[in-house]
Write a protein that binds this ligand. Structure first.
Ligand code: ZN
Length: 230
């Protein structure tokens, strides 16, 4: 146990924990963290929180394995879906199309990223890790408040105070549009892999998806823009 602890502490400057859902953004983020920290130093964490498509967790496991992640933790957040209403949690609520309705989209899950970051931070501290990665993005996103840079900075400060520990939350996709995220996937040598294997679609269809939900629409528009720009 002690030997394990010392080893964790020695490598702590190198190690990173990625919040990983198996979608386009978090897969790109995982590959980027692996490039920056070295594959052997990157762990990931996936949350099962009652999302509409339980398949998400299976997809995340498959991709993490394919990318050579040695330590992948799945955390169940039982009861989360009972706290709030969202089309992403309740299959009986129809998912709004892009531009439909006013205010925040009905796929927003209140508190989700804050919950994920809190839980990831707890695990990271236990494992002597300071660097957390999340694929949140303010540009080209659906306007979710907990994907914005100001929220992440505030959450980082709060987590450091909460646990008296220096976390560094990295958001490499924050200011990229979807076309730029595809360009990054290409640079990482994973464009085809991500296009075919990740799950972003709100209707739970792997790869190119249903083609009509907001997530598929943004993803397809970005890919088209990137391919057009080459
Ligand atoms: Zn879709």
């Amino acid at each position: 146990m002690m030997a394990h602890m010392n080893e964790s502490l020695q490598n702590s400057a190198l190690r990173a924990l990625v919040i990983f859902s198996g979608g386009q953004d978090s897969t790109t983020c995982l590959a980027l963290a692996q490039r920056e920290h070295g594959k052997e130093n990157v762990e990931c964490i996936t949350f099962s929180y009652g999302q509409r498509h339980a398949l998400e967790v299976e997809v995340a496991q498959k991709i993490a394995k394919a990318l050579g992640v040695t330590h992948h933790r799945i955390v169940n957040i039982d009861g989360y879906a009972q706290l709030t209403q969202s089309a992403l949690l309740n299959p009986e609520i129809a998912i709004q199309k892009l531009g439909e309705g006013t205010g925040l989209p009905n796929t927003v899950v209140d508190g989700r990223n804050m919950m994920f970051l809190l839980m990831a931070a707890i695990v990271a501290k236990q494992r002597g890790i300071h660097d957390l990665y999340t694929g949140v993005c303010e540009t080209d996103s659906s306007g979710y408040p907990d994907c914005r840079d100001v929220f992440i900075k505030s959450c980082n400060a709060t987590l450091n105070l909460a646990m008296e520990y220096e976390f560094r939350i990295h958001t490499p996709l924050m200011w990229l549009n979807k076309a730029q995220t595809w360009a990054l996937a290409d640079e990482l040598g994973l464009l085809d892999y991500i296009e075919e294997n990740t799950l972003t679609c709100y209707n739970g269809i792997i790869g190119r998806g249903c083609g009509t939900c907001p997530a598929c629409t943004l993803r397809a528009r970005g890919l088209e823009a990137y391919r057009g720009s080459k």
